[in-house]
Design a protein around this ligand. Structure first.
Ligand code: AMP
Length: 610
């Protein structure tokens, strides 16, 4: 039997599983009732755990905990979910730093990867039943702005569901694959993804089979549900009696459902009747009126698009096509607005609810080894590096590097006899470590006690095709090593990514000055230490008294300058001291001073780096 790798769209509201048939067609797998979508909802009750449609039915049952939108929590720490916690209606507790939903009936806590795993297992079972064979490998999609921790958490969810996740791919990349882009069709494509609750916009550059996300933007709280609410609000405004009734939540629910129905109906007709005898309400909604109601949302979405274009330094004229993703792109006013904004062809022939899953299936099929015509690569959304002495960031993998990627750099110690070094892994664009995101810390011990600057410590960053980062530190003479695979307890949403980039940009000048100063002081201190050590060791036979006094004076001067904030001055005076000690250094050729490795030094374990 042929090996089948499935593609899975693990969505905020819905999830789907798809595969590529022998005849080359991509097919979304239906459930027993023929439904393609699976609500990403899990319900915990006394009589068991339900997933999907049957879980969603429990939404008003007071005896049941109904978990939805768990994707918003994926790969984030408890603290990072504060804003989400305020809007979610199910309880979330701090479980070892991670957010978790208590399951009172089974005396356990469910973390976001475990919730994701329940949804994934349902899809896996669905696929196995439909295909009559075991399905154990998958490609899963995530938003382009997901960071390493969020991708790792998604991968963990797959593993918990019994799936080997061959690759995590970006949703916009999947959408492009569903349209056959990448195999011969290169260009810059805009992916406009408007769902029920979120809006994601990405610019995807496709060249020679390489998919590079050039920019992302969006709004985590903009989607079809907002339009439904806007319609309901308009009805309440024109009908005060209805407004009083809508205090009751079941009336609000009824109105919202009706608003959605009418909204969808207005895709095929220009006017729709609303008749709700239960609340004595009757009206007509025209397409023109509805369009006017959603106009503010159209503006909001387009301003995200403008920001992404600006970030990527491109104009609409550079864009070759626009791919529509998400149920709300069926809204004619949005289609029209997007078409007018770009003046480019719209890719809308694939069902916008299925397009991501279908693209994931295309990628899954490629990884199954049946097709060899496509290579799929994505990029790192933010730079990755480590902290070096003085609390500065040393970048190993710059942002927008195509993954998989590997980078190696040599570092050394700062203190004589230092046997432990602290590796602090950072993510972000700022010069100082404290301004970047801390991803992990680990210690390399067993470094031979040698003079500062002598050990050679090789730090390797390796990002696999799924964006999972492994950092390894290795002392070269002894081979002692230590490593870390980044854990999913840290998270970022795309607003954070955008803010981080904005912050880095706005602080660029002062960061540069701080960096210059810190680097200059570190360098100065290294030279002072070496000089003072040498002065202690040598007598007037090697160093004439007059030279000694000149050197001592320069050391004093440099120390005073180091108390100030002028990095250039510190650097100039360090160079002056270097010049004064040059003849002495030459004479001490065989001693440790001249052994100094001109690499960057790592902090001592637990040491202060300032
Ligand atoms: P998604 O989250 O991608 O499944 O998108 C679901 C959203 O698409 C819901 O808010 C639906 O109301 C909306 N939607 C589906 N069909 C239409 C349509 N024809 N016109 C406007 N909105 C639609």
């Amino acid at each position: 039997m042929n090996r089948i790798v499935v593609g899975i769209d693990l969505g905020t509201t819905h999830s789907l599983v798809a595969y590529r048939r022998e005849d080359g067609q991509v097919e979304v797998v239906p459930d027993r009732q023929g439904r393609l979508l699976l609500p990403s909802v899990v319900a915990l009750s006394k009589d068991g755990v339900r997933v999907g449609w049957s879980a969603r039915e429990k939404v008003n049952d007071p005896e049941t905990t109904v978990i939805y939108a768990a994707k918003r929590l994926m790969g984030r720490s408890f603290e990072e979910t504060e804003a989400e916690r305020r809007s979610l209606t199910y309880p979330l507790v701090d479980h070892k730093g991670s957010p978790a939903v208590p399951d009172p009936f089974r005396n356990r806590f469910l973390t976001p990867p475990e919730i994701g795993a329940l949804v994934l297992r349902d899809l896996k079972n669905r696929a196995e039943e439909f295909l009559s064979q075991e399905v154990s490998e998958a490609v899963i999609t995530v938003p382009a702005y997901f960071n390493d921790a969020q991708r790792q958490a998604t991968k963990d969810a797959g593993a918990l569901a019994g799936l080997k996740v061959l690759r995590i791919i970006n949703e916009p990349t999947a959408a492009a694959l569903a349209y056959g882009l990448g195999s011969g069709k290169d260009g810059l494509f805009a992916i406009f993804d408007l769902g029920g609750g979120t809006f994601d916009f990405s610019l995807l550059d496709i060249r020679k089979g390489i998919f590079e996300v050039r920019a992302t933007n969006g709004d985590t709280h903009l989607g079809g549900e907002d339009f439904d609410r806007a319609i309901v609000a308009a009805w309440l405004e024109e009908n005060p009696k209805l407004s009083a009734l809508a205090e009751r939540s079941e009336v609000r629910d009824l109105l919202r459902k009706e608003a959605e129905r009418v909204k969808i109906a207005l895709s095929h007709k220009t006017e729709a009747e609303v008749v709700l005898p239960a609340v004595g309400f009757r009206t007509t909604l025209t397409r023109a009126r509805m369009n006017a109601l959603v106009e503010p949302y159209v503006d909001r979405a387009l301003s995200c698009v403008r920001a992404a274009l600006a970030d990527a330094g491109t104009a609409t004229s550079d864009v070759d096509g626009v791919i529509l993703v998400g149920g709300s792109t069926r809204f004619l006013r949005f289609k029209e607005a997007v078409a007018a904004f770009f003046g480019k062809p719209l890719f809308d022939s694939v069902d916008p609810d299925l397009v991501v899953a279908e693209g994931a299936a295309v990628q899954a099929d490629i990884l199954s080894g049946r097709r060899k015509d496509l290579l799929l690569l994505d990029v790192t959304p933010l730079s990755l590096g480590i902290e070096t002495i003085g609390g500065v960031t040393s970048t190993l993998i710059p942002r927008n590097t195509t993954i998989p990627a590997q980078a190696k750099e040599l570092f050394t110690t700062y203190v004589d006899g230092q046997t432990n070094v602290d590796i602090h892994v950072l993510q972000g664009e700022r010069e100082m470590a404290k301004d970047n995101r801390s991803l992990a810390r680990f210690t390399l011990s067993g470094v031979p006690p040698l003079p500062a600057g002598t050990p050679r410590i090789e730090v390797t960053f390796q990002i696999d095709a799924n964006g999972i980062l492994e950092v390894t530190a290795r002392e070269q003479t002894t081979g002692t090593m230590s490593n870390v695979v980044i854990q999913p307890s840290y998270g970022l949403d795309k607003d954070d990514v955008r803010n981080l980039l904005k912050e880095a940009f706005s602080h660029a000048q002062e960061d540069f000055a701080t960096r210059l100063l810190v680097d200059a002081k570190t360098e100065a201190q290294t030279v002072i230490n070496a000089t003072e050590r040498a002065l202690e060791r040598v007598g007037s036979d090697i160093l004439p008294d007059a030279d000694r006094v000149a050197i001592q004076n320069q050391v004093k001067l440099l120390k005073t300058t180091m108390e100030g904030t002028d990095g250039r001055k510190v650097r100039d005076e360090t160079q002056a001291l270097d010049r004064l000690t040059q003849p002495l250094a030459e004479r001490l050729m065989n001693q440790s001073l001249s052994n100094a490795l001109s690499g960057m030094a790592l902090p001592q374990e637990g040491g202060s780096h300032a």
